[in-house]
Design a protein around this ligand. Sequence first.
Ligand SMILES: Nc1nc2c(ncn2[C@@H]2O[C@H](COP(=O)(O)OP(=O)(O)OP(=O)(O)O)[C@@H](O)[C@H]2O)c(=O)[nH]1
Ligand SMILES: [Mg+2]
Length: 378
Amino acid sequence: MNNKNKNNLNNKEYSFNASRRSNKLNQSSLTCLSSRGKRVIMHSGGGGFSLSKLTSVLKKKTQSDFDRVISGTSKTREKLSYMDEILGLWRLEDLDDTLDDLEETLLSVDFGPKTAGKVLDTIRELVEDGKIKTGEDCKRALKETIVNILVNDGGDPTKMNVSDDEKIPTCVLIIGVNGGGKTTTIGKLSNWYKNAGAKVMMVPGDTFRAAAAEQLQTWADRTGAIMSKSPPNTKPGAVSYKAVDEAIAMGDIDVILADTSGRLHTNLDLMDELVGVKSSIKKREPSMPHEVLLVLDGTTGLNMLNQAREFGQQLGVTGIILTKLDGTARGGAVISVVDEMKIPVKFVGVGETMEDLQVFEPLSFVDALFPEEEAGDA
Ligand SMILES: Nc1nc2c(ncn2[C@@H]2O[C@H](COP(=O)(O)OP(=O)(O)OP(=O)(O)O)[C@@H](O)[C@H]2O)c(=O)[nH]1
Ligand SMILES: [Mg+2]
């Protein structure tokens, strides 16, 4: 992390991809001032993993935020609690069997085979180096290894890209399969950007579903965003092009949130159409989109890896939003997505209201999966 961009605020670490903007911290929230005098968004958390940091971050997390991730991940945690039994019987002589059992447990909570293998290889090395001597050591190392994947392999999960040019709004394109939570997430993001002082325009780029524009309009009304004007029967690429044109012409729009219709990652025509939407945005303003955020439904398990591969390869995804973590989430799969795709998780969705969006915190997420208190029982 660049020291220049490191700021200590309320004892918490904040980082921001300052690029060419001059930034000034706003003391009360995760924002900073851009050269336009508008506050723009930054993220909290990140940095290397240590248990002391984990403890301090968790203390600061509000209990209700954490409770929702806790309840949503209960199924995964239940399965992972089997690890405590395995580790409770820790004997160096049984290392191979123990590692096999641990690997199976990771696979049962939707880790992909590659990532599960990689995690266990790290554990074996640590045992061989004498750094793991007990079951408790092993659990701690497992958590550290997984957090390191989320923090390091995902690049910096702690920042949102913004436009470098004060005349050009930041454009965020939201993509994903049907029903994953794209439109709802746009509502939540709109609220999040608004709370940071930004003026938001939404783009009704889902021209497929009849009620899509009305659904987006409801979110715009709730969050004080404006909708771009789009003539009826316009194709999604043209809707997006016109919206960018409109936003730039208005001169006071800070953030454009572009909705798209849901599509299966296996539908080549629809994936082509989405590539076309991105190209149309780029055609109007080459620096856009600044973020291409893939919405992954936290209840879908390992299938999200296939989705991330296809959307990632074709669209150049810059971040993941993991939704429905309050449901019966199978969020373990996202660790494999980050491991393989090297894309950071930026937010998690924990409900259906505009406040139910949290900046992703790898430490809290992993701790929700492997509760700390059980380490002592291991
Ligand atoms: N529990 C919960 N429900 C969510 C969350 N995010 C979205 N939903 C719900 O998931 C359903 C689908 O959400 P949408 O936002 O319409 O999903 P979409 O991806 O835009 O759907 P399409 O446009 O049809 O592809 C709605 O009922 C949302 O309320 C979340 O974080 N938690
Ligand atoms: Mg939608």
